[in-house]
Ligand binder design. Structure first.
Ligand code: SF4
Ligand code: SF4
Length: 349
């Protein structure tokens, strides 16, 4: 079975078209100034030259997902008795994502520990995850804000991907990471790519050296964050600029919070899971009116604490931030999470 392949530059579009005949295919597409993952359609302008503004997390974890339909059936002999009919759709189509970055693929590994391995498997996530093949484009040059090497990842990190693709002057070198990736290589019948391996590795190493390093080792950071838990002054200073817009969480490949609502008309309805965000004031608002995290400083502390302390403490030191830099590039007021971590590391106490 093939482990590597090569696509000459001029053939990339025809290979993508061939993939679209095998499964539902998502590719990064230009929409005005944005690059977003969209279902493949002929004639689109695909963009592989920079990371998409939004990661492809919605392909596996939709922004709004109907978990099931329900129908409330009254027993006409006993009006107090209501039978609930549920209709759940767990039949997910085979899907391929092409052109996400290693940090985006890593994002799904952050989700896996929560939705697949924590003892309460989420069937919607599991179904889509198992049916999805991830073909990742390694980064040849870091984008503004990126800091993946500081969180233990890198521009050619393979964890979370099925197939890694590296752009070279003459074409794309492909290397299988999993059986799913090997199956795609085999189906496409690509030329053997092993002659390009060394060139690809050099490109990957040089990209890794170019990534900025905003803070030192994360080894003591979980404890440092706990030490700062009650330092209100520290968190107020860090959150001073924040306007609680929540953009950082919606475009983060590792944020996975959600809310569940029932939308009902008459006796029929749908239970819907939608993305939610700990940066919103109402996220922790309780029915009593009490809010345990009423200030933006407390909410920012939770976001940073979750990624750099609570998650790594629970999951063997793995940081729940893959250093993609999106929250830094697109925060409307330039809050920089990597700068906050550096401040945490430098804080006294
Ligand atoms: S994107 Fe920036 S301003 Fe908006 S919630 Fe996140 S940190 Fe605050
Ligand atoms: S916290 Fe920011 S840098 Fe880290 S994964 Fe999320 S968006 Fe990327």
């Amino acid at each position: 079975m093939a482990h590597s392949g090569f696509i000459p530059k001029d053939n990339l579009n025809s290979v993508i078209e061939a993939l679209s005949k095998k499964a539902r295919l998502f590719v990064p597409v230009e929409e005005g100034d944005l690059v977003l993952f969209k279902p493949f359609a002929a004639g689109q302008t695909m963009c592989f030259s920079r990371p998409a503004n939004l990661p492809p997390k919605a392909v596996i974890f939709p922004q709004s997902d109907v978990l099931f339909d329900f129908n409330l059936k009254k027993d006409m002999e006993n009006l107090k008795k209501v039978e609930v009919e549920l209709k759940e759709n767990l039949d997910f189509p085979s899907t391929i994502i092409v052109g996400c970055r290693p940090c985006d693929a890593q994002g799904f590994r952050i989700y896996d520990r929560v939705y697949l391995e924590a003892g309460a498997t989420d069937p919607y996530y599991k179904g889509r995850r198992e049916k999805t093949t991830i073909i990742t484009l390694t980064c040849n040059a870091p984008s503004p804000g990126c800091f993946c090497t500081s969180v233990g990842r890198g521009p050619a990190d393979e964890d979370g991907s099925d197939l890694l693709m590296t752009e070279l002057p003459k074409g794309y070198y492909l290397e299988a990471v999993t059986d799913k990736g090997e199956a795609v290589l085999k189906e496409l019948g690509l030329a053997d790519g092993s002659a390009y391996r060394e060139e690809a590795e050099k490109a990957q190493e040089s990209a890794a050296k170019a990534v900025r390093k905003p803070f030192a080792s994360l080894e003591k950071t979980p404890e440092k964050l706990i030490g700062l838990f009650d330092d209100q002054q520290f968190w107020e200073a860090e959150a001073a600029k924040c306007i609680s817009c929540g953009a950082c969480t919606y475009l983060c490949p590792t944020c996975y919070c959600f809310n569940i609502t029932d939308e009902q008309a008459g006796s029929r309805g749908e239970r819907i899971r939608s993305w939610d965000a700990c940066m919103f004031a109402h996220f922790t608002l309780e029915a009593s009116g009490h809010n345990p995290r009423p200030s933006k400083a407390q909410r920012l502390k939770n976001r940073v604490g979750h990624k750099f302390s609570y998650y790594p403490t629970r999951y063997k030191g793995v940081t729940a931030c893959c250093g993609c830099g999106r929250c830094i590039r697109y925060c409307p007021v330039s809050v920089d999470i990597s700068e906050i971590v550096a401040h945490v590391q430098g804080a006294q106490g």
